[in-house]
Design a protein around this ligand. Structure first.
Ligand SMILES: Nc1nc2c(ncn2[C@@H]2O[C@H](COP(=O)(O)OP(=O)(O)OP(=O)(O)O)[C@@H](O)[C@H]2O)c(=O)[nH]1
Ligand SMILES: [Mg+2]
Length: 298
């Protein structure tokens, strides 16, 4: 029997690249959401679970809130809107910059419209002097009645116990939603697809990786120690396919090796990974292709 008697569902929101996924992973204590130094890394809603005493917090990582230019972008922004409307509270993650940006102002409007309370997490405090934080805090305190303002460093873990304590205050009596040490609701198969996409973002330049999607065609346990995975990377152009595969296949080999090592660490088994690359022109603006790749109506 678990000791959980309270729960809260909390959306982690903010503009692209502020460190939402890094924060989720740090709070959960497991790498369940991919992180890169490029904006628009996260595309869907990823749930992470934190148990603290009698309270279970279900945290939703969301895509960075931005002005969409493609149907995929529309989908990503839609995920943020729904996540805010569906939750008990939200975290607004911001850079330590002393003014409220357009995306932040829009998200604050969403909190107001949905009547959702919010905590401000000022992230990346390792990059500024302590006295500069006062200005950041003042600018945001003026824009919205945040339930709390917590300076954090998602990278080092500084401020995270304080943030968790603030989030636990939103919990209401209720059952354990995710049992027995589960850290995410993402199936292993989806995590492996995301790991491959993370490596594409890390190894390749801007336009190429942003136009990729990863589909897992086969995911089967050969025995208790080996999992066979076959993945397809879809890209937007023939020229992109050449870049992804690289000279004599060198780039694809590098991506596959990095992804395999991470997948093995995540699942605690050996992974036999095969990857194909296919062109699907303009898929980010094609409703059928988007649905097929899991970015459909929610
Ligand atoms: N210096 C510093 N960098 C950080 C911190 N937290 C995150 N980062 C870096 O910020 C970059 C973006 O991190 P992500 O967690 O992918 O950001 P995100 O908000 O999830 O981005 P999207 O999914 O694109 O919206 C990565 O290079 C992180 O390593 C921090 O506390 N300090
Ligand atoms: Mg992210």
């Amino acid at each position: 029997m678990s000791d959980i008697t309270r729960n809260a569902m909390i959306a982690i929101t903010g503009r692209p690249n502020v460190g939402k996924s890094t924060l989720l992973n740090a709070l959960v204590g497991d790498k369940i959401s991919v992180v890169t130094n490029k904006p628009q890394t996260t595309r869907g809603r990823i749930r992470g679970v934190v148990n603290r005493g009698d309270t279970q917090l279900v945290l939703l990582d969301t895509p960075g809130f931005h002005k969409p230019h493609t149907k995929l972008g529309d989908y990503m922004v839609g995920v943020v809107r729904e996540s805010v409307a569906d939750t008990d509270a939200a975290v607004l993650v911001v850079e330590p910059i002393p003014n409220v940006g357009t995306q932040e102002a829009e998200l604050i409007e969403r909190f107001r419209a949905a009547g959702v309370p919010a905590v401000l997490a000022v992230n990346k405090i390792d990059t500024v002097r302590k006295d500069a934080l006062l200005e950041v805090t003042a600018a945001y305190a003026e824009a919205f009645g945040f339930a709390a303002i917590v300076p954090v460093c998602a990278k080092s873990g500084e401020g995270l116990p304080e943030l968790t304590a603030e989030l636990a205050k939103f919990a209401a009596p209720g059952p354990e939603l995710f049992p027995g040490g589960m850290t995410t609701d993402q199936p292993d198969k989806s995590v492996v697809a995301e790991i491959i996409r993370e490596k594409l973002l890390i190894c390749l330049d801007r336009e190429v990786p942003h136009g990729t999607a990863v589909e897992i065609a086969k995911f089967s346990e050969r025995d208790s120690e080996i999992i066979d995975v076959e993945a397809t990377i879809y890209c937007e152009k023939q020229s992109h396919k050449g870049i992804i595969i690289g000279k004599s296949g060198a780039m694809l080999k590098k991506i596959a090796t990095m992804a395999r090592l991470d997948a093995e660490r995540f699942m605690g088994t050996k992974v036999y990974l095969q990857i194909w690359v296919k062109v699907r022109e303009n898929w980010r603006d094609n409703a059928d292709a988007l649905r097929g790749l899991g970015f459909g109506e929610k």
